[in-house]
Write a protein that binds this ligand. Structure first.
Ligand code: 5GP
Length: 191
């Protein structure tokens, strides 16, 4: 079994509505040694792809993206969530529907930090319906830059995001893939 899957079995908590709580090691308290191992696994997958920038979305992707930036030797950028309507034009903007909150919000990134020549690896903690990942891909395409692929920590394969984005040609490397989560608090990994 993979490292992250073992940790999910040990410390993850299955919650109602298909939500996995991983606050104790992934997105509240952060096990940075584990993050380093995850970043090395993404490097095995994307290390030959001349990545020049890591891109994530605030807040819970930031820790993973920083450690990935260390391993890939490039800057990490996080797209910001904003409620401000009229922001000035030096940025790319898209809309994302939040899986955890059920709301739609604007996400922005400065034009200075994604350039047309960039080769971008997107990093995030979860892939569920795929809205966050799709929004990040949209920002990169507005910049005229290249998406090399996506490094995801936990993919919930029973939600449609991963399949839809792979069908569109996006290379997605998920380090733990959950096939099912049950009401009794148990879960199953995909093969
Ligand atoms: P998506 O946009 O793919 O539907 O959802 C991705 C985002 O929702 C991730 O950035 C993550 O923050 C959050 N998310 C989705 N599913 C879960 C989950 O089961 N647990 C937690 N903690 N966050 C989740």
């Amino acid at each position: 079994m993979r490292l992250l899957e073992e940790r999910i079995l040990k410390d993850g908590k299955v919650r109602a509505g298909g939500v996995l709580k991983v606050d104790s090691f992934l997105n509240h308290q952060m096990d940075v040694n584990l993050f380093m191992e995850l970043a090395r696994q993404w490097y095995e997958a994307f290390g030959a792809d001349n990545v020049t920038k890591i891109l994530t979305i605030e807040a819970s992707g930031i820790g993973l993206a920083c450690v990935a930036g260390l391993v890939f030797g490039c800057p990490a950028v996080f797209a910001k969530k904003t409620k401000t309507k009229n922001i000035d034009g030096d940025l790319y903007k898209t809309q994302v529907e939040s899986f955890t909150h059920g709301t739609v919000y604007d996400v922005i990134v400065s034009r200075d930090y994604i350039r047309p020549e960039d080769r971008v690896l997107i990093i995030d903690d979860f892939l569920a319906n795929g809205a966050a990942l799709e929004g990040l891909c949209d920002l990169v395409s507005q910049a005229g830059a290249t998406v090399v692929g996506a490094g995801i920590a936990v993919e919930k394969c029973f939600q449609p995001g991963g399949e839809r984005l792979r069908k569109k040609g996006l290379r997605v490397e998920s380090l733990a893939r959950i096939k099912a989560m049950h009401d009794d608090g148990t879960l199953e990994f995909a093969d």
